[in-house]
Write a protein that binds this ligand. Structure first.
Ligand code: ADP
Length: 584
C-alpha cells in the first residue's frame, strides 16, 4: 500500500493508502460471459488523461482458465441442472477496488452485477463504508463504524486503553498524545522524561486526525514547535514519538502494508494475508536533525509522496524499486540471517492485539446498525495495517486503514498534465490474491456446505435426523426451564445431557463413563483430522507459492506462533493465515 501524502501542487493524487471517502466511482462494465478472459480495463480519467488498460500478464488469463475443467458451467444453468449456482456479487459500489475485484471474480467464476441487481446478491462489495448501499441480507465487505474506529485519534485511544491495562503486551505502538486536549499533558510528560534522562533527544511526529497519504504530517523536536494553537483547535491530531532507528534496506526507510481480513466479530475471526507491500522512501535515511526534519522523501514512506520524487523507481520486479512485496523483504532479511519466523509471529501478535483493542466499540456500532434478530447483512472487512520495523526487527504499528487502496495500476505522467494508467504487476500480484482469497473465505456456498457437513456421529443405531431431533428436544426443554443464558443454542447443562445421550446411543454396550470417554475421543479425532486436512491444504499452497517466490515459507508460518495461548489458530487453504478465538 502506499499511503499518499499531500501531493505537490498540480500533481495527480496517487491513491495508494486509504481511499479517501468520495473518490469517484469507476464506470462499471457488463459482466463477462462464461470463459471470458480478463478484459482491458483502461479508462479515461480527468485532466486530459489517456486511458491505458492494465492488460495484465498473459498468464493471468491462463491461470484463471486453468483452474477449471473444460466445459464446466455455472450460473443459473448450474442451479437448474442440479449443480451449484454461482455466487452473485454486487460490484456497483466497488469504486477503485473494481479492477482487482473483477479479476478475482473472473478467476473464481462468480457472477458480477456491476450495476446492482433487483434481487438480493450474496455479496456486496463497497468501496467506502457499510452505508454505501442499504442492504438487508447477504454479506457486505465493510463493518459499520470501522472507518471511525481506525481514525488516528480513535485508534490511539483504543490502543492506549489496552496499554494502560497491559503495558508489555501493547508496547508495539509509539507513545502518543491527543491534541488539543492532551497538549498540556504532552508538554509535562516530555519535560519530566527529559529531566530524568538529559541524554534523551526525542523527535515527535504530528499527524492530523482523519488524514491520509501523509497529508499535513510534520516532525518536531520540541512540544513548543507544534504549529499555531488555532490550527490544532480546528484540526485535532495525534502527536507521537518518532521512531528514529527504523530498519533500513538499501539505506532507505520503508514500511509494510499488510492486509488483514476481519471475517467475523462474533466469534472473532482474523486472517492475515501472507504477502503485503513494502513502500520505500526515496532519499537515504538519516536520523532526524533540525536540518533534515522537513525532508519528507527521507522520513515519510507514503507512496503518494515519494512517487513525486525524481528518485522513485517503478519496477515490475517484486524485489526491486520503491514498492516491493513484503515477501521479497523477508527473503532479503532471511538471507542476512534474520529470524523471520519470530518477526512474522510478532506481526501476527500485533495484528490480533490491535483488533482486540478495537473490538468492544466495533461491537457497539454493529449492534446499533444490525440489531440482533433484525434482518441485516453479515460483515467482513479487509484492513490495511501499516507497520514499521525497528533495527532489531520489532514491528511497530503506525496505523490501520479501513479502506486500503486496492488499485492495481498507477498513473504515469507522459508529458506535463497528460497521464496514463499503467498496470502495476506488484500491486496486482498482492491485491488480487487478497481479494480473491477473501471471497473464497466468505464464500456463502462453502458456508452452506460446511453447515450441512455430516460429522459422522450417526451409525446403524441412529440417524443424523434423530441427532437433530435430540438437539431440538433437549434445547427446548432446558430453555423452557427459564434458565437465563444469553447465547443462542444450548446451555452447558443441555449440552452435557445431549452428549451423554449420544454417547449412550453410539456405544451401546459400554458402561456410561466409557461411553462418554469414547465419544470425547471420537470428537477429538474428528477435529484433529479436520485440522490436519486444513494444514495440508495450507502447506500445499505455500509450496506452490515457493515456485514463484523463493524463501516464501520463511515468512508464512503455518505452525502455532508465540501468541498461541492468546487465541486459537488454524491454517487455511488460502493465502491468508487464520487466527480465531473460537473453533467450531
Ligand atoms: P497517513 O495516514 O497520513 O499515511 P501515517 O500514520 O501512516 O499517516 O504516517 C505517514 C508516514 O509517516 C508513515 O508511512 C511513516 O513513514 C511515517 N511515520 C508515521 N508515524 C511514525 C512514527 N511514529 N515514527 C516514524 N515514522 C512514522
Amino acid at each position: 500500500m502506499e499511503p499518499a501524502g499531500a501531493p505537490p501542487q498540480g500533481c495527480a493524487p496517487a491513491r495508494e493508502a486509504e481511499e479517501p471517502p468520495g473518490s469517484p466511482a469507476l464506470p462499471a462494465e457488463e459482466p463477462p460471459g462464461e470463459g471470458a478472459l480478463p478484459a482491458a480495463t483502461g479508462r479515461e480519467r480527468g485532466r486530459g488523461c489517456r486511458g491505458a488498460g492494465p492488460q495484465g500478464p498473459p498468464e493471468r488469463a491462463a491461470r484463471g482458465r486453468g483452474r477449471w475443467a473444460p466445459g464446466r458451467r455455472g450460473g443459473e444453468e448450474g442451479a437448474r441442472d442440479g449443480r451449484r449456482p454461482r455466487v452473485t456479487v454486487d460490484s456497483s459500489k466497488a469504486k477503485t477496488s473494481l479492477e482487482a475485484l473483477k479479476i478475482s471474480l473472473r478467476q473464481l467464476r462468480w457472477r458480477e452485477f456491476p450495476f446492482g441487481r433487483r434481487l438480493p446478491c450474496d455479496i456486496y462489495w463497497h468501496g467506502v463504508s457499510f452505508h454505501d448501499n442499504d442492504i438487508f441480507s447477504g454479506q457486505v465487505n465493510k463493518f459499520p463504524g470501522m472507518t471511525e474506529m481506525v481514525r488516528k485519534i480513535t485508534l490511539s485511544r483504543a490502543v492506549r486503553t489496552m496499554q494502560d491495562l497491559f503495558p508489555l503486551e501493547y508496547n508495539f505502538y509509539p507513545r502518543s498524545w491527543i491534541l488539543p486536549e492532551e497538549f498540556p499533558l504532552f508538554v509535562a510528560e516530555v519535560r519530566m522524561m527529559k529531566d530524568s534522562d538529559p541524554s534523551w533527544k526525542p523527535t515527535f511526529i504530528v499527524k492530523p486526525d482523519g488524514g491520509c497519504q501523509g497529508d499535513g504530517i510534520y516532525l518536531i523536536k520540541d512540544p513548543s514547535d507544534i504549529r499555531l494553537a488555532g490550527s490544532i483547535q480546528s484540526r485535532p491530531a495525534v502527536v507521537q514519538e518518532y521512531i528514529c532507528k527504523p530498519l533500513l534496506v538499501d539505506k532507505l526507510k520503508f514500511d509494510i502494508r499488510l492486509y488483514v481480513l476481519l471475517k467475523s466479530l462474533e466469534p472473532l475471526e482474523i486472517y492475515i494475508a501472507k504477502d503485503g507491500l513494502s513502500r520505500f522512501c526515496t532519499e537515504p535515511y538519516q536520523e532526524p536533525t533540525l536540518k533534515n526534519l522537513h525532508q519528507v522523501f527521507m522520513h515519510l514512506t507514503n507512496y503518494s509522496l515519494n512517487i513525486h520524487s525524481g528518485n522513485f523507481i517503478h519496477s515490475d520486479n517484486a524485489n526491486t524499486g520503491s514498492k516491493r512485496t513484503f515477501s521479497s523483504i523477508l527473503c532479503k532479511l532471511s538471507s542476512r540471517g534474520a529470524d523471520v519466523k519470530k518477526l512474522w509471529s510478532d506481526i501476527i501478535s500485533l495484528v490480533i492485539k490491535t483488533i482486540i483493542a478495537l473490538t468492544p466499540e466495533l461491537k457497539v456500532y454493529y449492534q446499533s446498525d444490525i440489531p440482533a434478530g433484525k434482518p441485516g447483512p453479515t460483515c467482513f472487512q479487509i484492513l490495511g495495517f501499516d507497520i514499521l520495523l525497528l533495527k532489531n526487527l520489532k514491528p511497530m504499528l503506525l496505523e490501520v486503514n479501513a479502506n486500503p487502496s486496492m488499485r492495481i495500476e498507477h498513473e504515469q505522467e507522459l508529458s506535463p498534465g497528460v497521464f496514463e494508467n499503467v498496470p502495476s504487476p506488484v500491486d496486482e500480484e498482492v491485491k488480487v490474491a487478497v481479494i480473491r482469497d477473501t471471497l473464497r473465505l466468505v464464500d456463502p456456498q462453502k458456508k452452506k456446505r460446511k453447515d450441512t457437513q455430516n460429522c459422522k456421529l450417526s451409525n446403524s443405531n441412529f440417524s443424523m435426523a434423530s441427532v437433530d431431533i435430540l438437539y431440538i428436544d433437549i434445547t427446548r426443554r432446558w430453555n423452557s426451564m427459564g434458565i437465563d443464558h444469553k447465547e443462542s443454542g444450548m446451555c452447558l447443562q443441555a449440552f452435557v445431557e445431549a452428549f451423554f445421550c449420544l454417547a449412550q446411543k453410539k456405544y451401546k454396550s459400554l458402561p456410561l463413563h466409557e461411553q462418554v470417554a469414547s465419544l470425547i475421543d471420537f470428537c477429538e479425532d474428528h477435529l484433529a483430522a479436520l485440522d490436519e486436512r486444513r494444514l495440508v491444504c495450507g502447506r500445499g499452497l505455500v509450496e506452490r507459492r515457493n515456485a514463484v517466490v523463493p524463501c516464501q515459507s520463511d515468512g508464512l508460518p503455518l505452525t502455532p506462533a508465540a501468541h498461541a495461548p492468546l487465541l486459537h489458530r488454524t491454517a487455511t487453504s488460502s493465502k491468508f493465515t487464520d487466527y480465531r478465538s473460537h473453533r467450531c
